[in-house]
Every structure is written in C-alpha cells, then in structure tokens.
Design a protein around this ligand. Structure first.
Ligand code: BG6
Length: 522
C-alpha cells in the first residue's frame, strides 16, 4: 500500500469500514470523478473489502445497470486500466443502486432498510458517509430526511460530504449552514474544495516548511509579489444557467483562489493536526484587506467577459451567445485582483490573482517573485538582473520551477538566467492521484485537513461579497476580451502600476532562460 507523505499523514491508518451514499449517482461528478476515485483506492488497497456504495438518483436502475455505468465511467476516466476479471467482479459487487426521490421523506425509510442490510452483510459497523453531489438548495432537506428516516441511528460515525458552491453570498451560506448544522456537527461536515486535493497544492506547505532555503525568505523582506493563475480554455460548456448566476469570482475566486492564498501565506501550524492547520488558514483570511468602497474595488479588481474570438484558428462564440446565457448578461467570465494580506509577514506584498474562461491555455500556477538584488551592487551595475522566481506548477504539469542567475560560461561578467525544473508528473506519471481520490479517502478516514471549515467559508464570502456589491451597485466596468486571449488589458495594467508584470505560465518560462536542467523523466 502506497501512502502519501504529508504533514497530516495519518500513518498506516487506512479508510475505515464505510457505507458510502452517493446522492446524484447518475450525474457528471459521480461519473467523471467519484467512481474512478473508488477504483483507484480499491486498486491501491486503500479500501478494504468491508465497504459498500449505494448510488442514489431518481432514475430507475437495477444494480446490474448501475454497475455497468460504473464500469463505463472507469474505463473512460480512471487512472488504472480496468480488467474485466475476477478482481473487477469483486470490486463491482460493492456497488448497489436505489432509485430515490429526495423530496419524499418516506423513501428514506426504505433507504434505511437497504443500508442496514448492507451494513450487516459487509460488516461495516454503522459507519456512514453521505456524499451529496447535488445542487446546494437540496443539502438542507436531504439532511433532514436522513435524520428523520433514521439513517443516522446506526452505531458508527456519520459524515456529510458536500460540494461547492456553498451558498451564493454570506447570508445564503449562513442559512445553508444553519440547516445542515441542525442535523450534523461541524466536525461531521466535509466541505469539498477540490483544489485542496491536488498534489501540488498540498505540496506548497511541504516545500515551504521542509526547506531551509525557503522559509527564512518567506516574507515581505524578500518576496516582491505572488501571482496565482487559474486559466481555462473551456467556455461555460453546458453550465450556462448556473454560471451566469455565479460568475468567475464566485465560481473560482471565493473558494479555490482564496484557498491557495491561504496555503501560500499561512504561518507554520503549531501541530500537524487538521484543526491547527485550518486555524492558520483562517488567520490569513481574517487578515485579507477588505475593499472599503467601489473606488477601491475599481482600483484593485478587473472584471472581464469573453467576446467572440478564436483558439488555434477555431472561431469561438461570445459568452453572451452561449446556451443559457442572456444576451445582455453582465456576468464576469474573468477576474484579476490585487489582494493584500495585512499581517506582519505580508504587509506590502501584493498577491495578484487571475482566472478566466476561454484563455489560451489550461493551467494552474503560483509564481513567487523574489525581490531583486540592490541595483547598485557590483553585478547588477553591469547586467540587468532578472528576479528569482519559484513556481509551483499545479496543472497540467505538476512540478517546481526555480529561476536564478548564474555566470555565462566563458564570459567575463556575463550573467544569465538559468532554471531548475522538476517535473513531478513526468516522473511519477500514472501514480499521481487525482484530487477526488485523496479527498474521498480522507473523508472516509476522518481527516478533515483538506476540507474547508465553516469559518473559512464565511470569511471568504465576506471578502467576495464586498466586491460583488460594488460591481452590482456601482456599475464597475466590465471589460470585454476576445475568447482565446489572456483577458482584458486592464489586468496587465494592474501589475504594471506596481512595476511588475504577469510572468509567463505553463512552461513558457523556458523561452526566457538560457539553460534549464533537463526535465526529469524526459
Ligand atoms: C470548478 C468550477 O470548481 O473548477 C469550474 O466550478 C472549473 O467552472 C473547475 O472549470 C476547474 O477545475 P480544474 O480541476 O479542472 O482546474
């Protein structure tokens, strides 16, 4: 069994015996992410034979049909190739299906009967994990029905795993939370932010806290700025209805991007325990400088919406022509912001964040730009020195890139930028686990480190709500950008004003350096 070493490593303790309830079992998330995650965990020995999955959705399906759905999804999306052999048969036999109308409380009585039966036959001990791959409006009523239907009366533990979006703003999130908390305790609620399940996002804390040459420099004396880019090439796909109601700030900013800021900015936790780590993240969110008025929002946040454009020669429609999007929509498909963490470590260091749909590449990267050497010292008088960069490559390549200056061989004083490039995904290849594997596994063994706690969610909404309010009430500009471009010009100006620029992402650094170490594994 291969364990991943992280600060919160629970040693050899694997997933407990678990009865998984997947609400929304015929949906996209289950198909693309959850079933493949079960399969990887099973193949790696992280699920014992004492587990069962009940797939729940309204559509009628037999167990056999459901197992066929699971098989199709695994063949299409899983990291491991499924062999239709004895091991496959054994795996598939853990999957059961029940058609359920979640609005009918009496149906939960039947679900309890099925659950009790499976509990006995797999000797699960009453441990139950309820995964709601559903619209958030349903979280409250499903929780009540689980309780009233007697599903929480079993002897083991009970956990609720929920997907984003957790509300639409702070008041709606509070309402949702209040409903859930009538049934589940905070430590039973696992709120998914799948970015926290990504290997390289988890690696940020390890690289920071396990390396003598980073931690001492990790502050405003040595770091000039931090840049976080989450770019996507896709448009809104079939989700126009949802997306137009949300927009980029709610869809990516409130959760994934603010979570990445916390990982970059948090203090070392006092213990490697989930609550201690989450306490440190909350402190970062509490230190975010909240924009006071529309003027400050205008100065620090750029919002954009894609117009018609092209990608690799292929014409792309404007956002307003997408299905489910009103022709006069003012929803942002892009935003960039200059964010400050007002504490002793980070005072004065801008965190620049940007995300958008229909950008030229799909990538997630964090660039740390270090302060340059003083201009009047010997070397920099002769050559214009480039700043040192440390880059966490999260997606699609996973790796760490370090750019520094060195002597050009054979020259007298020639200084050139060189790079060290560690490509983890080239090296580890198929063994790099998907975010959902890690998260499902953690939820089943009760490790909540990489799930968001209520106070994190609330503080993130507080920060985002202020921006949304200014956009709504003060008609802050919405900049159009051609689909397939890097977003509005104004996002460049946001950094240029401070004397910085967005660094190229997605391996495009190579063009800037004279030598790079060969990429491992290539
Ligand atoms: C989701 C957003 O949370 O993250 C989507 O709702 C977005 O709009 C997705 O496409 C991106 O995730 P990833 O893992 O592909 O970067």
């Amino acid at each position: 069994m291969m364990e991943h070493m992280t600060m919160t490593d629970l040693g050899d303790r694997g997933a407990d015996r678990t009865l998984f309830f997947i609400f929304g079992a015929t949906g996209d998330l289950a198909r693309r992410k959850l079933f493949p995650a079960f399969y990887s965990l099973y193949r790696e020995g992280k699920l014992s034979e004492r587990f069962a999955v009940i797939g729940l959705a309204r559509r009628p399906r037999t167990n056999e049909q459901f197992r066929e759905d699971v098989s199709v999804s695994i063949r299409e999306f899983a990291r491991y190739k499924a062999e239709e052999d004895e091991q496959w048969e054994k795996f598939a036999s853990h999957f059961h299906y029940m058609s359920l109308d979640i609005n009918k409380p009496e149906a939960f009585g039947q679900l309890k009967e099925l659950a009790d039966r499976l509990d006995d036959s797999y000797d699960i001990g009453g441990n139950r994990l309820f995964y709601l791959a559903l619209a958030p409006e349903l979280f409250g009523s499903v929780s009540f029905n689980l309780r009233d239907g007697g599903l929480l009366d079993s002897p083991g533990w009970h956990r609720l795993v929920i997907e984003k979006p957790f509300g639409y703003d702070l008041p709606s999130a509070e309402k949702l939370n209040e409903q859930i908390r009538q049934v589940f305790q905070e430590d039973e609620v696992y709120r998914i932010d799948h970015y926290l399940g990504k290997e390289m996002v988890q690696n940020i804390e390890v690289v920071r806290f396990a390396n003598a040459f980073f931690e001492p420099l990790w502050n405003n004396k040595h770091i000039a700025n931090i840049q976080i880019t989450l770019s996507e090439t896709v448009g809104v796909e079939e989700r126009g209805g949802y997306y137009d109601h949300a927009g980029a700030l709610r869809d990516m900013g409130q959760n994934h991007m603010l979570q990445m800021i916390t990982m970059m900015a948090m203090e070392p936790p006092s213990r490697m325990e989930p609550e201690d780590i989450r306490d440190e993240k909350v402190k970062v969110l509490r230190s975010l400088r909240v924009f006071r008025d529309a003027e400050e929002v205008r100065d620090n946040v750029v919002r954009g919406q894609y117009a018609a454009g092209e990608h690799k020669g292929k014409p792309l429609p404007a956002y307003r022509s997408e299905e489910g999007v009103p022709a006069d929509s003012v929803t942002e498909t892009y935003f960039a912001a200059r964010v400050f963490v007002d504490n002793f470590r980070w005072a004065g260091v801008p965190f620049y964040i940007r995300t958008g749909k229909r950008l030229p590449v799909k990538t997630t990267e964090v660039v740390v730009e270090f302060k340059n050497m003083p201009e009047n010292v010997y070397f920099s008088r002769k050559t214009k020195l480039e700043p040192n960069l440390l880059v966490f490559r999260v997606n699609p390549t996973e790796g760490i890139y370090l750019k520094m200056n060195a002597k050009r061989p054979g020259s007298e004083w020639g200084i050139v930028p060189i790079a060290m490039d560690f490509c983890q995904s080239c090296e580890v290849g198929i063994n790099t686990p998907e975010a959902y594997e890690r998260l499902l596994y953690d939820a089943a063994r009760g490790d909540s480190t990489y799930f968001t706690r209520w106070d994190e969610v609330a503080l993130a909404w507080k920060f985002v709500d202020r921006i949304e309010q200014a956009w709504r009430e003060q008609h802050v500009d919405l900049h159009p950008y051609p689909a397939g471009s890097w977003g509005p010009e104004a996002a460049q100006a946001l950094l240029a004003r401070d004397g910085f620029k967005w660094w190229p992402v997605n391996g495009q650094h190579e063009g800037e350096v004279v030598w790079a170490t060969p990429v491992a594994g290539k």
